[in-house]
Design a protein around this ligand. Structure first.
Ligand code: ZN
Length: 449
C-alpha cells in the first residue's frame, strides 16, 4: 500500500505516547499507525527535536468577516491558522457592526469561509441577543446549523451585552432556559460560551480610573473579582437548565477556584496565550489592551499552574482546560490612540504552536497534557468525533513542532492587521509542518496553498 502521505517520528496525543511511529494518510484520514516503515507518495521524516501532535483546535477566534475586514478575513486567517498549527477554529459572534445573531448571517459566514478558507475547519458560534431580549425562534434556526452559543455578561467589542442590570440577569437566564429547551426539543447538545466579567464593576472601574494615563489602569478598571462572581452564576444556570457551560478566556485565580469547585464534567474553561504569558506589569500601552485585561502576576501564575492541575473529582492534569487564544485583530490605527479610546483585542493565532512548544520546553508540561488542552478537550467540547486524537479513522489533522529551535516573534506577520503583541518575545519552539485533512498546508515557513 502506498499512502498519499506518511509522517514518521515521535508522536503524542492526549491519550498516548506512541514512541517512534509511521502514520499513513489516505483520503484525508489517518489510515494506519505502525511501528514498521510505511510507504508514501510523500514522506515527512520528523527527527531530532520534532514531535507530531494532533492539529490544534481554537474555539475562540474573531475572523472579522464580513463587516470588519480591514482587521482580518477568512483568507488571511487561513494563513494565520496554518502558521500557528491550527486546523480547526470557531468564529465568535460579536463582530463590530455585524454580529452573528441570526441564521441568515450564520449561513452567509459559512459560505464565505468555505470559499475563502477551504483548508481549515471553520465553524460559527451563534450570539444570544440580550437587547431587547433573547429571540427563541432565531436561536432555534441557528441551532439547526451550530451547537455553540455565546452570551456576553458585560460590555465588550460588538456591544452584545444588556446594560440594564434590572433586565440583564433575567435575560441571561432566559437565554439559558431557551437553550435547554431547544436541546431537548432537537435532541442535540447545545453549549453556552460566556464572557464573564461584572458589568457594574467595569462601569464603576472605568469611571474611577479614566483620568489615569498609567496603562495598568486598563487592568484596574475591570476588577478581576467580577469574573468569579459571574462564572458562579453561569455554572448555576448551566446546572439548572442542563446546558454545558464554557467560560471564555478565564483570567483570574478566583475564577479558576470558582470553576473548579462548581463545574460539572460537561463544563469547560478557556485559557488564552496572553493570560499565560503576560501580566498587568507588561501592559505597556493600548496594543496590549484586551477584555478581560491582563491581570496581576499572581493570577498569571495560577493560570500556568492550572494546566498541570486538576478539577475536583478529576484524575488527569489539564482536565476542563481548553487552550483557546482569543485572536481578536484590530488595525494599528485603532490601537494607536489613548488607552481608553483604543480598541480591545490582540491578534495571536499565528503564535499558537510556538506557545504550545513553549509550554513543553520552558514550563515542563508533558506533551500529552499539551495535546489534551490544545486539541482533545476542545474536540470534546465542540462535539467533534473525528478530531483531537491521532488514531486510525480520525481526520489527518496533524502538526509537527520543533522543540529544538527557539523562535523570536518578529515580522513578517500573517495577520492582516500586521502586528503582534508578543513581538520580540522568545518562545521555546516552532511549527515545522501543518497538515489539515491530509493536506500539507504549511512546511518550514512556506504555505502550500
Ligand atoms: Zn473574544
Amino acid at each position: 500500500m502506498t499512502y498519499d502521505l506518511v509522517l514518521e517520528g515521535h508522536a503524542f496525543d492526549a491519550t498516548a505516547n506512541f514512541g517512534y511511529v509511521y502514520i499513513g494518510i489516505e483520503n484525508g484520514r489517518i489510515a494506519e499507525i505502525s511501528e514498521k516503515a510505511l510507504d508514501g507518495r510523500k514522506i515527512i521524516r520528523c527527527s531530532g527535536n520534532q514531535i507530531i501532535m494532533p492539529g490544534f483546535i481554537n474555539t475562540h477566534v474573531h475572523m472579522r468577516e464580513p463587516g470588519y475586514t480591514e482587521a482580518e478575513g477568512f483568507k488571511s486567517y487561513q494563513r494565520v491558522a496554518a502558521a500557528g498549527g491550527i486546523t480547526t477554529a470557531r468564529d465568535q459572534p460579536n463582530n463590530p457592526g455585524y454580529p452573528t445573531t441570526t441564521r441568515e448571517r450564520l449561513d452567509e459566514k459559512s459560505a464565505l469561509a468555505k470559499a475563502k478558507a477551504p483548508f481549515i475547519d471553520i465553524g460559527f458560534i451563534g450570539g444570544v441577543r440580550l437587547d431587547p431580549e433573547p429571540d427563541r425562534d432565531e436561536m432555534r434556526r441557528m441551532a439547526e446549523v451550530t451547537n455553540l452559543f455565546k452570551i456576553f455578561w458585560t460590555r465588550s467589542v460588538g456591544n452584545m451585552h444588556q446594560p440594564d442590570i434590572l433586565k440583564r440577569y433575567g435575560q441571561i437566564e432566559a437565554g439559558y432556559a431557551i437553550l435547554g429547551e431547544l436541546s431537548e426539543e432537537m435532541g442535540k447538545v447545545l453549549n453556552m460560551s460566556n464572557h464573564c466579567e461584572y458589568e457594574e464593576l467595569n462601569t464603576y472601574g472605568e469611571w474611577f480610573h479614566r483620568d489615569s494615563e498609567d496603562p495598568r489602569a486598563l487592568s484596574w478598571s475591570r476588577p478581576g473579582m467580577g469574573e468569579g462572581f459571574e462564572i458562579k452564576r453561569a455554572l448555576e444556570f448551566g446546572k439548572k437548565y442542563d446546558v454545558p457551560v464554557n467560560i471564555c478566556h478565564l483570567s483570574t485565580e478566583d475564577g479558576k477556584k470558582v470553576f473548579d469547585r462548581n463545574s460539572l464534567m460537561k463544563d469547560w474553561f478557556e485559557l488564552t496565550g496572553h493570560h499565560l504569558l503576560l501580566c498587568e506589569e507588561d501592559i505597556t500601552g493600548p496594543f496590549r489592551k484586551m477584555y478581560p485585561p491582563l491581570r496581576p502576576r499572581s493570577d498569571m501564575m495560577a493560570m500556568r499552574e492550572r494546566i498541570n492541575g486538576y478539577r475536583e473529582g478529576c484524575q488527569r492534569p489539564g482536565d476542563g482546560v481548553i487552550l483557546a487564544f482569543d485572536h481578536a485583530p484590530h488595525p494599528k490605527y485603532k490601537k494607536e490612540g489613548g488607552i481608553w479610546e483604543a480598541s480591545a483585542g490582540i491578534p495571536s493565532d499565528e503564535h499558537f504552536g510556538h506557545v504550545v512548544a513553549h509550554l513543553i520546553t520552558e514550563w515542563g508540561i508533558h506533551p500529552k497534557t499539551a495535546a489534551r488542552i490544545s486539541s482533545w478537550n476542545a474536540s470534546k467540547f465542540l462535539g467533534l468525533i473525528t478530531k483531537g486524537l491521532i488514531d486510525e479513522g480520525y481526520d489527518a489533522d496533524l502538526v509537527v513542532l520543533d522543540l529544538g529551535k527557539n523562535y523570536i516573534v518578529a515580522p513578517p506577520y500573517q495577520t492582516k492587521c500586521g502586528w503582534a503583541p508578543y513581538a520580540g518575545t522568545e518562545l521555546g519552539g516552532k511549527v515545522s509542518y501543518t497538515i489539515a485533512k491530509g493536506r500539507l498546508i504549511f512546511e518550514d515557513g512556506e504555505f502550500r496553498f
